[in-house]
Design a protein around this ligand. Structure first.
Ligand code: SF4
Length: 338
């Protein structure tokens, strides 16, 4: 759970019951609460890029989601569902590093009902087709859940929608708040997992592998469909042993008759030049493998190029994960290995 150093509240958020409630909560608990006249933030200190990053990560902003035009979210869903922006984790490779500016604060929205009404309109536009919404496209929403209950309300909302489905991905383990929600199987919770070595080296301020799979186990037992995203996969000495162990340990925790409710997605490490530059500014001592000459440059679907592992390495990785997952999780679906 997020324990912020400072809480910034937009004045307009106070016109919503949740905004008022959160204002009173943080004020009573003697947090450093700063009222904002608009949605422009202030009061986040920091002189260097590293400091700004750290202070941003310790800041919670409570605001109103103004634009209710949802971004598309291909190929995994139809739309992004904007419940939270930002994340308290400090993963060195995180895709948010290039998206949230110098001070990557976490912003929650108090007009959740309006956001869900908009989701309903999108569902109705597609009439009889199922419309899927992704709740973690620009965030990890779980660390702030106990403040806003945004996931709980969203899961309940989708539980009643015949043609609406919700999914989100997390590295966090505070799942208690969503266990007793009437989800009706319409929400899929995916957990991002990695080897202990990768978690310790690069996924700062996130729960351990064991805590993540224990949380996944609770969520599965609460009847949700779940998924594991093994990502990003790195090639290093012992990578096969360690990823193999990760898959076996996961298997040991989940009884075979539950495997069909589990999906897998596997994503190899990749980076853009912009991301590499930003990572080097914020984590000057990073050991992330980002040597361009060891990679293949590939143009992506969004017009910018990425450095990916070479063809032979990718082939080896795909064969390895396919074999490992198929032998340990016979009844699970592998969505993709890329
Ligand atoms: S937990 Fe996910 S969203 Fe948060 S910093 Fe790590 S990679 Fe980024």
């Amino acid at each position: 759970m997020f324990n912020p150093k400072r809480v910034l509240i937009e004045k307009e958020a106070l016109t919503y019951p949740l905004g008022q409630e959160l204002y009173e909560y943080f004020t009573n608990k003697k947090y450093n609460v700063i009222l904002l006249e608009s949605n422009r933030t202030k009061g986040i200190p920091g002189d260097t890029k590293e400091e700004k990053y750290k202070q941003g990560k310790s800041t919670l902003v409570i605001g109103v989601k103004k634009s209710l035009k949802f971004q598309t979210c291909k190929p995994s869903a139809h739309y992004q569902l904007p419940l939270v922006t930002g994340c308290i984790g400090q993963c060195e490779y995180c895709y948010l590093n290039t998206q949230l500016g110098d001070k990557p604060y976490t912003r929650v929205y108090v007009n959740i009902e309006e956001i869900l009404e908009q989701a309903k309109r999108y569902i109705e536009q597609r009439e009889d087709e199922v419309t899927i919404f992704e709740g973690a496209a620009t965030s990890d929403p779980l660390p702030v859940e106990s403040y806003t209950h945004a996931l709980k309300k969203t899961i309940e909302f989708f539980g009643k929608e015949k043609n609406g489905r919700f999914r989100f991905v997390t590295k966090f383990n505070n799942v208690e708040d969503i266990l007793d929600v009437n989800h009706n199987g319409h929400t899929t919770v995916r957990f991002s997992i990695n080897t202990d070595r990768i978690i310790k080296s690069y996924e700062h301020k996130t729960p351990s592998f064991n805590k993540r799979i224990e949380a996944a186990y609770k969520v599965l037992n609460a009847g949700y469909p779940i998924g594991f995203i093994i990502a990003p996969v790195f090639f290093y000495d012992q990578w096969k042993n360690e990823y193999s162990m990760l898959i076996k340990e996961t298997k040991n925790l989940f009884p075979v008759d539950k495997h069909e409710k589990i999906t897998f997605e596997v994503i190899s490490h990749r980076y853009t030049t912009k991301a590499k530059n930003r990572i080097n500014e914020v984590f000057p001592k990073t050991t992330l493998p980002m040597n361009d000459i060891e990679r293949t440059f590939k143009y992506g679907q969004f017009g910018y190029g990425k450095y990916v592992y070479n063809k032979d390495e990718m082939k080896e990785m795909k064969t390895f994960f396919k074999e490992q997952l198929e032998s340990n999780f016979k009844n699970s679906e592998i969505k993709y290995i890329i």
